[in-house]
Design a protein around this ligand. Structure first.
Ligand SMILES: NC(=O)c1ccc[n+]([C@@H]2O[C@H](COP(=O)([O-])OP(=O)(O)OC[C@H]3O[C@@H](n4cnc5c(N)ncnc54)[C@H](O)[C@@H]3O)[C@@H](O)[C@H]2O)c1
Length: 443
């Protein structure tokens, strides 16, 4: 069986490599010539644990190919997955220009039946737009070629993407034709051996499922952040509250961590896009509007604590940041809380020295030389007036506090990820603030 994946970003490249791993002959297409040329040389453009080995192995076995030519990839191809970006448009809706351009190119080039599957996160009605765009091109050619459209949103998590794709908790597929259903059942059969379900539904439900899933997760985060801020006021401990509510099986204990707001390439834009869909259909999603408002405010919480501690003046102060990526195990900095923090610190006259295990290159691409990039966490903290924990990389969890006491100019730690225990930090004479655990009177 031969398939194509268009777009070799986090989703396209991981999907392509994982499909190839099952023996499917997979061609990955991207318009970015530099990216494809790098991939052909075995250079992986993103940081994703295990991806380099998976790509190398499947390229070697000639099951995984890279090209800039979509037309070339269509030869004998039974299904084509669209996995290009869907960035937010000015009004918050998902910008479909890349998706629809791919649909038109497919229409210009197919010679035989194919299933066109949107794997990108796209709003309700997009599969129909894809069908129309492809059909218009076929009509221009006067070609009577059958094709189907389908929706197959992707639920992988950056940092654990390969495991998520190879052993999915569920596969959601929206189809409206038995033929397309048959093709997708065949493609996904190898991924279902662990008993996890493939859930077929109509296309609108499938398109909505992805937005609903991300919005639900974002809601949990904003809810916990809101409660954490209340904890700080009333003397509660958000970790205890989390344990207390997470023990209820109706709530569950996952995804209940307070912090400095959600970021990344998905939650912010998907919440925005779903709010926009609600407005378009005259059904305002007021809960999600609140989720977004809470998140925007949460990204400033650590900065506000820092500013309050220095009595409103951090001018001339050196602030160390541990972590830049929006979460651990990725170099993705899209909508990362670190970016908001850095901007605020700089606007207030402070300077930033940062260390991240993998995101430095990506940060440099975005921020240039406006901050200092350290080679390790202690170099970042050297001579700093305060240390901010921004991303909960594992290597930050057990630092040498005795070293920090010696190298930092001022002993203050603001922990945006709640990775330290009060007693460990206080024992070394640090001022310590975290999120929703600032009054430990229960101990
Ligand atoms: N990143 C994630 O964790 C994640 C998870 C689930 C779903 N998604 C969704 O999947 C989609 C892709 O996300 P991503 O993070 O992989 O994006 P990305 O920005 O990393 O990659 C998109 C790729 O598409 C390519 N592209 C754009 N137009 C093209 C065209 N006409 N032909 C060929 N290639 C083209 C770009 O060059 C780029 O390499 C988005 O809709 C996103 O919301 C992302």
């Amino acid at each position: 069986m031969k398939i194509s994946i268009v777009g070799t970003g986090y989703v396209g490249l991981v999907s392509g490599a994982c499909f190839a791993e099952t023996g499917i002959h997979t061609t990955c297409v991207d318009i970015n010539k530099k990216k494809i040329s790098k991939l052909k040389q075995g250079i992986i453009p993103i940081y994703e644990p295990g991806l380099d080995d998976l790509v190398e192995n499947n390229v070697k076995k000639e099951r995984l190919l890279f090209t800039t030519s979509l037309a070339e990839s269509l030869t004998d191809c039974l299904a084509i997955f669209i996995a290009v970006g869907t960035p937010p448009d000015e009004d918050g809706s998902a910008d479909l220009k890349y998706v629809l351009e791919v649909a038109r190119e497919i229409g210009r080039n197919i010679t035989d039946y194919i299933v066109i599957i949107t794997k990108s996160t796209v709003p309700i009605g997009t599969a129909e737009k894809v069908r129309k765009a492809c059909q218009e091109e076929l009509d221009k050619r006067g070609a009577a070629i059958e094709f189907d459209v389908a929706s197959n949103p992707e639920f992988l998590k950056e940092g654990a993407a390969i495991a998520d794709f190879l052993r999915p908790e569920r596969i959601v597929i929206g189809v409206d034709s038995p033929r397309a259903k048959g093709v997708l059942e065949k493609i996904y059969k190898p991924f279902l051996l662990n008993g996890h379900p493939i859930i077929f539904m109509n296309i609108a439900s499938s398109e909505l499922t992805k937005y609903a899933a991300n919005s639900m997760l974002a809601t949990r985060i904003s809810f916990m952040n809101d409660i954490a801020n209340l904890c700080d006021i009333v003397g509660g401990d958000i970790n205890m509250v989390r344990k207390g509510i997470g023990a209820d099986s109706r709530i569950g204990n996952k995804f209940l961590y307070a912090g400095i707001g959600y970021g990344g390439s998905c939650f912010p834009k998907d919440v925005k896009a779903l709010i926009k869909t609600g407005k378009d259909y005259n059904h305002p999603l007021t809960l999600l509007e609140a989720v977004e408002t809470i998140n925007d405010a949460q990204k400033a919480v650590l900065f506000n604590k820092l500013l309050h501690y220095f009595k409103g003046n951090i001018s001339g102060k050196k602030i160390a940041l541990w972590g830049l990526s929006f979460k651990p195990n990725t170099d993705d900095m899209r909508e990362a809380p670190a970016l908001t923090l850095i901007e605020k610190i700089q606007q207030a006259g402070g300077s930033v020295s940062a260390y991240d295990p993998v995101a430095t290159e990506e940060a440099r691409r975005i921020l240039g030389d406006s901050i200092e990039y350290a080679n390790d966490q202690y170099e970042a903290a050297n001579n700093a007036d305060a240390l901010l924990i921004v991303t909960e990389w594992r290597e930050f969890r057990m630092p040498h506090f005795d070293v920090l006491t010696k190298i930092m100019k001022h002993k203050a730690i603001f922990d945006g990820r709640n990775i330290f225990e009060h007693e460990d930090v206080l024992e070394h004479g640090f001022h310590y603030e975290c999120i929703g655990r600032n009054n430990n009177s229960y101990i």
